[in-house]
Design a protein around this ligand. Structure first.
Ligand SMILES: CC(C)(COP(=O)(O)OP(=O)(O)OC[C@H]1O[C@@H](n2cnc3c(N)ncnc32)[C@H](O[C@H]2O[C@H](COP(=O)(O)OP(=O)(O)OP(=O)(O)O)[C@@H](O)[C@H]2O)[C@@H]1O)[C@@H](O)C(=O)NCCC(=O)NCCS
Ligand SMILES: Nc1ncnc2[nH]cnc12
Length: 289
């Protein structure tokens, strides 16, 4: 059993501390970074479509964020207002940028995983067992209204992010809706792949492609417009329809897709964050299904 697997099993105890939750988030981001092939994205093999960051950039960022996930889980235990979570996240973004020399490695992960850590902290303090549905309910119960208000505010800002430019569902809107792609696509895909007996690499790859096929990934649109987003989506759907990571030649197919996205400079960063969030739940929830 690998060290990661040991730490993963240790996290399935009924009572998790903020420290356990924070460590699970950091390990989940490593689960995502370590996966290869990973279309267009940075791994320990190469930097994908990115000329400004590599795996070392990500590891520096992960080190800078090691206290953040514990802190925001502790804030969740105290059921603090959304503004306190946001302030913690903004401070974490600053530490990430200082550690990476200004490279935006985990901006989305700080947001998505931060909210999940806070929700896990709230459940742990209430003595409730952690499950994907319980996390989703806790997120909505404690911060859903604030997330809706925030999403309405950011959607009215002039210009700005690709999501608004192309009429896509931004990360803020995804959160306000209770992360539907994460809970309705990514977590079931990871659970189904694991039930089918796929190993960790194949299960994470299938999950990533399932997310790419559905998510309004603003990073893909930011780099390749709607055409780029549609290309990544249709490529992911074709891969899954061809048997996905369970197919014998899945690795060759996945490396070919990686080369194609790199050639187009496309990078599904939002899908990568969503995969990390699903890996987080695999670590802290007794069961995913
Ligand atoms: C809440 C924020 C995330 C900002 O909200 P907004 O709605 O504006 O978010 P988006 O622009 O839609 O996405 C922001 C990042 O989130 C990831 N992402 C993209 N689409 C989605 C989606 N549909 N669902 C979930 N997450 C999504 C993505 O982040 C990842 O990709 C980035 C890769 O690096 P980057 O350099 O940005 O991209 P490049 O391709 O390299 O472009 P160039 O630089 O080369 O030009 C990386 O960040 C990954 O994480 C989107 O980038 C948040 O920013 C915010 O407001 N934070 C403060 C509050 C906070 O953090 N609170 C914590 C707890 S509440
Ligand atoms: N591995 C990765 N490569 C590029 N962008 C990302 N955003 C989150 N994870 C990423």
């Amino acid at each position: 059993m690998t060290a990661l697997a040991i730490s993963r099993d240790a996290h399935r105890s009924t009572h998790l501390t903020a420290g356990d939750i924070g460590r699970a988030a950091t390990l989940a981001l490593h689960d995502e970074l370590e996966l290869a092939p990973k279309p267009g994205l940075v791994s320990f093999i190469d930097s994908g479509s990115h000329s400004d960051m590599d795996a070392h950039t990500f590891m520096r960022s992960l080190f800078a964020l090691r206290h953040y996930f514990v802190q925001i889980a502790a804030l969740g235990e105290a059921h603090v207002p959304f503004g306190a979570l946001e302030g913690c996240g903004v401070a974490a973004e600053r530490r990430m940028l200082a550690a990476t020399g200004g490279i935006n490695t985990h901006r989305g992960a700080i947001f998505t995983l931060g909210l999940l850590c806070a929700s896990a902290g709230a459940l742990a303090r209430e003595g409730q067992a952690l499950s994907p549905n319980a996390l989703r309910r806790a997120l909505g119960r404690h911060w859903g209204e604030a997330l809706h208000a925030r999403s309405r505010r950011t959607s009215m800002l002039p210009g700005g992010i690709a999501a608004r430019r192309y009429g896509l569902r931004s990360a803020s809107e995804e959160a306000a809706l209770g992360f539907p792609v994460l809970f309705d696509i990514a977590v079931p895909a990871l659970a189904a792949a694991t039930r089918r007996g796929l190993d960790s690499q194949r299960a994470r790859l299938d999950t990533l492609f399932a997310v790419m096929a559905s998510l309004d990934d603003s990073n893909l649109a930011h780099r390749g417009g709607l055409a780029g987003l549609q290309h990544a989506r249709s490529t992911a759907r074709d891969y899954l329809e061809g048997g996905g990571a369970a197919a014998d030649e899945h690795l060759e197919a996945a490396w070919a897709i990686h080369r194609d996205l790199v050639a187009r400079r496309l990078s599904p960063g939002g899908a990568a964050d969503t995969l990390a969030a699903a890996c987080f739940m695999r670590r802290v929830c007794a069961r995913l299904a």
